[in-house]
Design a protein around this ligand. Sequence first.
Ligand code: 4HQ
Length: 223
Amino acid sequence: MRIDFVTLFPDMFAPVMDASILGRAKEKGLLEWGCVNPRDFSDNKHHKVDDRPFGGGPGMVMMVEPLEKAVKSVKKKSSKTIFLSPQGEKFTDGKASQLAKEKHLVLVCGRYEGIDERALDLFDEELSIGDYVLTGGELPAMVVADAVVRKIPGVLKKEDAASSESFVEGLLDFPQYTRPRVWRGREVPEVLFSGDHKRIAAWRRDAAKAATKRKRPDLMSRA
Ligand code: 4HQ
């Protein structure tokens, strides 16, 4: 898969996109990514990309022209273009699985008070990572990229793969333990030392269900 980020802050991306599992996905040839800056497409001599809102009010609005040129410079017929915004459809694990099948994602990051409404025609989808307001779309775009790239076959090692299945089943992860076996008087559940893989799997299923009921009852109806 290739991912292009349309952003006024391209320097934010490498520290996240080149680290850990995403970095390894690139080294393995499973992911290519790049940034394109609308500022480089402004025909204004000061490279201006924002202007004051018609009708008045505080803050600035991203202009449609530099945004359109930036998107068009990376977009192909087979691309899916996505704008990150609190007004979008809620991004979920299911959506991540869907997007993982795409060949090319163009993730467009807004800044300021937002973008000119007419720019929305440039996008196939509008996605929100949650009901809170961030400074820009860069962090949401990287959240989407991370969740999507993990779903590409071959990105996760076999050992990692199992834990990613939990959300697919609609439940939270089961509780995990490592050494020491006793910590401040708290013991690791005995069954995990039994060597009985069937019993362990059954315990984990029950524990995942109990944790979901207690911490996220809203997920139980789906599971
Ligand atoms: N923003 N999920 C404002 C978000 C956001 C979110 C993105 C803030 C775009 C202009 N994006 N800009 N929540 O808060 O996706």
